[in-house]
Design a protein. Structure first.
Length: 302
């Protein structure tokens, strides 16, 4: 039997005291300024960089930036790339930056690119899934949201007609050792252990599935890293597998970032950085390759 989470009383949702205790235990492990903003600054010579929001968690403040190609044209389709919605999912952030650095210029005359590489800087610095209020941003992209990071991104993309949106994520061992147990404790529910898929996979939108689009991304990524197999029950993260390396969620109903636009082509990427079969550089590359494959498919099938 799994040990009880060290905060809260089993069967009782957290109150203010438990949330405050949880927050007091969060430690800053890395720097948004040094790791992310410095990389964005290096891109200013070739891209427009826009500030689209400011997050205040006194005494800390985080400015939010997005990268877009110069010579934005209203007649071209818009491609949106987001990373770091869960701040601890490192390759989502650095895969987006890698794409911006190495491949984005190849698409500048064919589409409008908008890249928000680190949606949740507080979580990035603490290598955590939640905001300081123990809220999951990737269940909070809904009208009237109280999550500052979600509201800022939604304001940024609201005027745009987006053709493609990739939201870059990871599934890590800490999903089982920390974040799953913490979620259960926060909500006063028992923790149900699961199995982390070993490899890259995608989450499609069950309300508007695009199987050929997802398959094209899987085929491209399979050339640089391994694709996660289904478990013996034909599932991944307790969800039926609908195609090789693909499951489906209800994006808008769940308040997922991938549902913030009405883009024809939407997906959430997932890699498993804790696999002995991969490494951080390969995970970053897989994310960048996924973005390229998605754009290539969408431009060929508008």
């Amino acid at each position: 039997m799994a040990a009880a989470y060290p905060i809260g009383t089993p069967g009782q949702p957290w109150g203010d005291a438990e949330r405050a205790l949880w927050l007091s235990r969060q430690v800053r492990h890395r720097s948004y300024q040094a790791n992310v903003l410095s990389a964005i600054d290096r891109l200013r010579a070739h891209f427009d960089v826009i500030e689209y929001g400011r997050i205040d968690y006194p005494p800390e403040r985080y400015d939010l930036f997005a990268i877009r190609n110069r010579n934005w044209r209203d007649d071209l389709p818009v491609v949106l790339v987001t990373g770091g919605v869960h701040g601890y999912e490192t390759s989502g952030v650095h895969g987006a930056l890698l794409f911006a650095e190495r491949q984005a210029k190849d698409y500048a005359d064919r589409c409008n690119l908008l890249i928000a590489p680190c949606v949740c800087p507080w979580g990035y610095e603490r290598i955590h899934r939640w905001t300081p209020f123990a809220i999951d941003p990737n269940r909070s992209f809904k009208e009237g949201t109280s999550v500052q990071e979600c509201a800022a991104l939604m304001r940024l993309v609201a005027p745009l007609r987006v053709l493609v949106h990739l939201d870059l994520h990871e599934t890590t061992d800490t999903d089982e050792t920390e974040f799953g147990p913490a979620l259960a404790a926060r909500d006063g529910k028992p923790h149900k252990p699961g199995t982390i898929p070993d490899g890259f996979y995608l989450v499609d939108d069950s309300e508007s599935p695009q199987p050929a689009f997802q398959a094209a991304i899987i085929a491209a990524v399979a050339k640089v890293t391994h694709i996660a197999p289904s478990d013996p029950q034909g599932r991944m993260i307790d969800t039926p597998t609908v195609d090789a390396g693909v499951i489906r969620y209800q994006f808008k109903e769940l308040g997922l970032c991938a549902g913030i636009t009405d883009a024809k082509y939407r997906t959430t990427t997932e890699v498993y950085p804790d696999s002995p079969r991969t490494n951080p550089a390969e995970c970053n590359t897989a994310q960048a390759v996924a973005v390229c494959a998605a754009i290539d498919f969408a431009l060929a099938n508008p």
